[in-house]
Write a protein that binds this ligand. Structure first.
Ligand SMILES: *Cc1c(COP(=O)(O)O)cnc(C)c1O
Length: 379
């Protein structure tokens, strides 16, 4: 069985050098002092991706662990938490907050648009007594990137601790943790960072640490308790055995991003050309504003079903794209142009295959999708 080319919004293609790094000989990560240095250096490299001097941790669990660990460690029963909800992940964040006893208030806005900073500002003028706010940087299901750059400083003005899910944005969208006053920013290894699934990454501000360290109730859980990482480096003890091969791979992936000076510009250009190519061919996008640079969500056109697109893309061309879930199930298809997937030739091949699959089912297109993509890339 040949592995398909995965053009999904995570997991993404893993570069050969990253796979090789994962096959390196393994030492005992608890006893070998060199591994403590390696872990620390990897966090230092990640700080450059985050643009922060805040502490960075790598935890052994997929992106969801970062989300859960932030909620478990910050939230005390009865804390008022503002959940900013313009999509499936934003809404789901509140469910995690509730597990840990949060008194949740939703700031719910149009699911087809990026969050409006002005509307958030008006809302906060009336009610701002929140300890914590949860935000999603890129709503992966709908292909929308929220203006966290303006949202976090605004929330910070009211002393609200911000927790940002940047799982599908970090490494593909601009990120300035210190400049934008972001408290916890969590991400995952398998999206724009293009490492193997299985790790979550968090940057944690001093303000967030103070809340975590000055709780009046103990943190429920161990794996999701961030305070167990206190002084890990000074004491040379990890709270549990580290997934060393995964961290070797992550390090290589992060080093590759830092060497790639065009990475953010390439994401912007390819995302724009992808949207233009679909629109010029007569395919509608789901979102109406705030288009993501890492994933494009388009409506399944008349005359074909999502399942037919998915299966034929794999069977005829060995290319895997993704669909929707929750209320978007069967309504949309998604192309992930993030991380290692964000290469002109890969997106071109994907769009060419998509063009042929749609025509095979009799979908009438106004233009050839891949030809439009090439034109848009030249502009
Ligand atoms: C992928 C992703 C996660 C992690 O979810 P999984 O579906 O378990 O991979 C969390 N938040 C966002 C915004 C994501 O895109």
């Amino acid at each position: 069985m040949k592995t398909p080319m995965i053009m999904t919004p995570g997991p993404t293609y893993i570069h050969e050098d990253v796979r090789k790094a994962m096959s390196r000989e393994v030492t005992n990560p608890d006893l070998d002092k060199n591994f403590y240095e390696f872990y620390k250096e990897t966090c230092e490299q990640l700080k450059k991706v985050y643009n922060t001097t805040n502490e960075v941790l790598i935890l052994n669990g997929e992106g969801i662990l970062g989300l859960e660990a932030s909620c478990a460690s910050l939230i005390e029963p009865g804390d008022r938490v503002l959940c900013i909800d313009n999509g499936i992940f934003g809404n789901g964040f509140a469910d995690f907050a509730k597990i840990y006893g949060a008194d949740v208030t939703y700031f719910k806005t149009d699911y087809k648009k990026a969050v409006s900073v002005n509307e958030l500002e008006e809302f906060l003028k009336v009610d701002n007594k929140f300890k914590i706010a949860t935000l999603v940087h890129c709503e992966t299901p709908s292909g929308i990137t929220n203006p966290v750059k303006n949202m976090c400083p605004l929330l910070n003005k009211y002393g609200i601790i911000t927790v940002v899910d940047s799982v599908s944005a970090l490494g593909g969208e601009e990120m300035k943790v210190d400049e934008w006053d972001m408290d916890i920013v969590l991400s995952g290894s398998q999206k724009c960072l293009s490492a193997a699934p299985g790790l979550t990454i968090l940057s944690i501000s001093e303000k967030a640490w103070q809340k975590i360290n000055n709780r009046s109730t103990p943190i429920a859980g161990f794996y999701s308790n961030l305070s167990i990482w206190k002084n890990w480096y000074q004491n040379k003890t990890f709270p549990y055995t580290q997934p060393i091969s995964d961290i070797y791979g992550l390090r290589e992936a992060v080093d590759r991003i830092l060497m790639d000076k065009d990475v953010l510009l390439r994401h912007k250009k390819i995302a724009n050309a992808t949207r233009v190519s679909l629109l010029n061919s007569g395919i509608k996008l789901y979102a109406t504003s705030g288009y993501s640079n890492t994933v494009t969500t388009a409506l399944v056109p008349e005359g074909i079903s999502y399942n037919e697109i998915f299966i034929t893309m794999v069977e005829d061309y060995n290319i895997m794209i993704a669909g929707g879930f929750n209320f978007l199930k069967d309504k949309v298809f998604r192309i992930g142009h993030m991380g290692e997937n964000c290469r002109e030739e890969k997106v071109y091949i994907t769009l060419k295959a998509l063009d042929w699959v749609l025509r095979k089912y009799g979908v009438v297109l106004k233009s050839e999708i891949h030809v439009e993509f090439v034109k848009a890339m030249k502009q």
